[in-house]
Design a protein around this ligand. Sequence first.
Ligand SMILES: [Zn+2]
Length: 740
Amino acid sequence: MHERRAQRTRDDDVVGVLAHVVAIDGRRRRHRARGARASVGDDVCGVSLDERRVVPSSSRSSHTASCRMRVIARVITHRGSALNSTSTRSASTLARRARERAVVGNVAARGRGRHVMANSATTTPASFIDAFNDEYLAKHKTFEDNFWATKMNLRGNDVEALTKSFNALETFMGDAETLAKTRELLASKDVTDDQRIVLEQIEKTLKCYIVESKEAVALRESAIAKENALQAARNKQELGYTDVDGKFVSATPTVLRTKIRSSDEECVRKSCWETLRANGPFLCDNGFPAIIAERNRFARALGFEDFYDMKVTQAEGFNKKKCFEMLDGLEEATRPLMHAARDRLKAEKGEDATKGWNTAYALSGELTQLIDPYYPFENAPEVWGRSFGAMKIGYKGTTMRLDLCDRVGKYPNGFCHWPTPPFKKTDGTWVPSESNFTSLATPDEIGSGNTALTTLMHEGGHAAHFANIVQGSPVFAQERAPFSVALAETQSMFLDALCEDAAWQARYAKDRKGNVIPWELIERNIRQKHPYKVMALRGMIAVPYFEKALYELPEDQLTTENICRVADEIEEKIQGGFSGRPLMSVPHILADESSAYYHGYVFAEMAVHQTREHFFRTEGYIVDNPKVGPTLEAEYWRAGSGKPGFLGLVNNLTGKPLSHDAWVKELGEDVEELVKSEREAYEKSLAEATSTSDVDLDMRMLFVHGDEVIADSAENGGFLPACAKFKSWIHDKWPKTVAA
Ligand SMILES: [Zn+2]
């Protein structure tokens, strides 16, 4: 079902919309539901393991795979953020214009002087902070409410209002006067320590949206124009493959990737793969080298070593050197595992299996159907709530809106947004968060329940994180820059990783009659997947290594030949041969906003493993451990995007600097050992299972379907009664879910 879903959207649009997101929402990051994630996700590694997407593969390190999907997912999500809910093309145009305006407009905004709060000479720090917070929140929420209404196609939704509210937010964030006033207050003597923390964060945030050098602004505009031209060329490109009978079949990149994974005909797989590889010369012949050169000049004008250095510093707060010191350690430590996995692949499936167009196919399996009954779709919200509740995760009064099922007219990509980022007002009043979450489930399709559940664990993890950010301004909890990608993903991936633990499955993977998933299925999955997990990691780190090399090429060496050669060399070095997902076909490398930040996912994955190891060492277990929620809240969540930042937080919680040790240890674990320890965990978990009658997540949850409110925990007597109402609504609408 995911394939079908994803095929609806054109990958060609990725660049354009990503590009426009810069305009539309600054460097906003988005999360999308897995409903649309799966089919595109596989392309990231080229080691696509079909059922990996839907089977919780019971090994502790297996979420690497789903995480990579998340990576690509993010791109699609950006695409999903097109302003115009009906036409991506017109949205792109609109966006492009908006973005062009954003670059110049931030400086121009100075002249408009519409922010009263910044103009008064007598403004006190407290009144400035209050005014800033109120205005920010009002603009942010208006935009997000319009965004939700248009994407969900609610009655009376208004694309004009969406555009207007976006522009208002953009102007506000780009106002140089507000930045000047913030700095003036920071320089004054009457600022308290608490106020200083807030003002510094406001400054840090505004700086992400205002380019303060004229030279840099000009370079930026030029790079954007080139990126738009490249996008236009891509829009006209006709892609496809040669069928078994020699016929040309046109196909989107998504279809090409799906075919590489699933077609039984080697010639078809090869043809699809060759089309993806041809993307390299195509991009280079259509301006990609000049874009790289200009991005570098832009970054250098702002004092950075190169574009990569700028992106990593802005996103994560440490420089390129530090970033690659950490990646180098991981690369070196996993190199022998990669070679071992390739040798094993040859031994098990034959020499041909290591060819770029064959690996993913050779590693795909058929467990999806067998595990499906243990993940009934309609039970997913309840399972998520019970699992989080048992870990004492609370949402501090959040209102969460879930629109989980597909319908005609609904936007074809899932996402999770926060119309209200929470904060504590200067008078101490708590403003709880509000989140909107949508996916595109068809409840009676195979795999939909598992997808819904892992998505809820992931996005519900993001929502828990943001709900618990307790700072003096909503800018600490907005999912835009300068929020660390690595920090945000660490939280969601830590929580969705649980779905792959045998201990978790023993408690929560149950069929409609209440039978627990049998151990045999879990074991089979471990044996199939575990030895090849390192290949996913190598596919993941190949992207930052390639981009590093790309931005380090001297300008006069930025030729088609050199760029494609570098891509091949990195694939050979990092992945051991040609990748099933050629590096030049990775959509992230193109658009300004998605380029040079892939490392964020690698670090998040590292942090997830280190955090898990910490809990196992200190607590012995994670699943249903009531100390997990409070620990995460205190150590990881409260600070938001303020100090001490991602690396500091990981160090504080785990007691040591972020390292790859825990991750590498898991990948290198012997299969027999893993089977043994997971079996013990499974049996212990089963034996100790208790049932709770109530779930309290300290939130109001609404199940909606467009304008229809299916259930509301505030009106239906709590979380579980709301889940029960949702369940019967699903049974009514999709009767097959009752019969199953
Ligand atoms: Zn995420």
